[in-house]
Design a protein around this ligand. Structure first.
Ligand code: NAP
Ligand code: G4F
Length: 321
């Protein structure tokens, strides 16, 4: 099968590309032009010789058409996005263009070229904002109430996916994914910032970890587990909208405690807060209920929160040595 991945050089894109190669598929991907081309492909360098890469951008309709024509995919995974919530407050217009309108560009290009191509959209728990059911969980029917430009852009894409499914009978599936991490996570996201900085402190390279809001809670899983869910969802007979989450929530403080505990670092000595890392509006707690996905596909997360953080710490110990 030919499979096209937008955002192939991102965290999830790189793990999904590995999974698809293992399954024997032809993997195609869109990458953006970068003035330092080696930075662009660092997460996929080890498999690059097995990939077909095309320059493109979700905001550039023509480049999507070209990539679809060259790759002739049966499935497109749309993983490309301006995916950083805090940065979406600094670049709201661009975030709407890339993360919201970008998906419309892709769906419309698929409709024009070959509406039989199946589309996976990486939707986000950020769409829920501070909305939850009475028991604190978010489910597929929990009302959306996004509180960031990123969440709003993702909601635009989510609704567009449903509209293309209903209007044109296209196979468009939304995976509503809760936070997922790995050593390949950008180091300006919470978990990898904590792991990398804590290892630097333990090696005497820096003195303090400086964070924003310490009390927010997230449902953190591992990216490797979550790309398996993406693939499983696309094997179903019918398109759907499904939550992918562990169902366990931890605070920012829990992440720090686990990582500092592992490295025997003292929180009073090495942890500071600075409002510059806070957002204008914030989601207090995310915890996903993913029984729909589990019942439909048999998927369940295999890597625990603690194992994931340990893997990330080990990665940085090796990398920074
Ligand atoms: P990521 O590491 O930030 O990767 C995003 C990818 O999108 C990168 O390859 C990036 O390329 C590419 N990209 C950004 N803007 C683009 C544009 N205008 N045109 C084409 N490509 C563009 O994100 P991730 O963690 O792998 O997440 C994958 C997807 O899942 C994203 O859509 C994200 O919003 C969504 N999601 C993630 C999580 C999570 O916790 N990780 C949860 C829910 C949903 P460059 O390298 O050139 O920037
Ligand atoms: O790691 P984060 O930046 O992830 P956030 O904002 O939850 O978004 C991630 O998950 C979404 C799914 O829910 C994705 F859709 C999105 O693409 C992205 O992958 O922040 C996690 C929490 C937040 O509450 C944040 O305010 O950690 C808090 N935090 C505290 N100090 C910090 C920091 N976050 C970052 N990035 N940096 C800090 O210094």
């Amino acid at each position: 099968m030919n499979v096209l991945i937008t955002g192939i050089n991102g965290q999830d894109g790189s793990y999904l590309a590995e999974l698809l190669l293992e399954l024997g598929h032809n993997v195609h991907g869109i990458v953006r032009r970068n003035s330092q081309s080696e930075n662009q492909t660092s997460r996929i360098e080890h498999i690059r010789h097995q990939l077909n890469l095309y320059y493109g951008d979700l905001t550039d309709f023509a480049s999507i058409i070209t990539a679809l024509k060259k790759s002739e995919p049966q499935i497109v995974f749309n993983l490309a996005a301006q995916s950083h919530v805090k940065i979406s407050f600094e670049q709201p217009v661009y975030t709407m263009q890339a993360t919201g309108l970008g998906f419309l560009n892709l769906a419309e290009a698929v409709r024009i070229i070959n509406p039989a191509i199946k589309i996976f959209q990486a939707s986000s728990s950020e769409m829920f904002g501070n909305s939850s059911d009475g028991d604190g969980f978010q489910r597929e029917l929990t009302p959306f109430a996004p509180v960031s430009p990123y969440g709003i852009a993702k909601l635009m894409a989510y609704q567009t996916a449903i509209n293309y499914r209903d209007s044109y009978n296209m196979f468009v599936t939304n995976g509503i994914f809760f936070n997922h991490e790995s050593p390949r996570r950008g180091t300006n996201f919470l978990t990898n910032k904590v792991c990398k900085t804590a290892v630097e402190i333990s090696q005497g390279k820096t003195d303090a970890l400086v964070l924003g809001n310490m009390h927010t809670r997230r449902d953190w899983g591992h990216s490797k587990d979550y790309v398996k869910a993406m693939w499983a969802l696309m094997q179903l007979e019918k398109p759907t909208d499904a939550i992918c989450a562990t169902g366990i929530t931890h605070s920012v403080g829990d992440v720090v405690d686990h990582v500092f505990g592992r490295l025997k670092l003292n929180r009073t000595q090495h942890l500071r807060t600075d409002r510059k890392f806070e957002r204008p509006t914030e989601i207090l707690s995310l915890c996903g209920e993913s029984s729909k996905l589990r019942n439909l596909t048999g998927w369940k997360p295999e890597i625990s929160f603690e194992q994931m953080l340990d893997e990330m710490v080990d990665y940085w110990i090796k990398e920074l040595n």
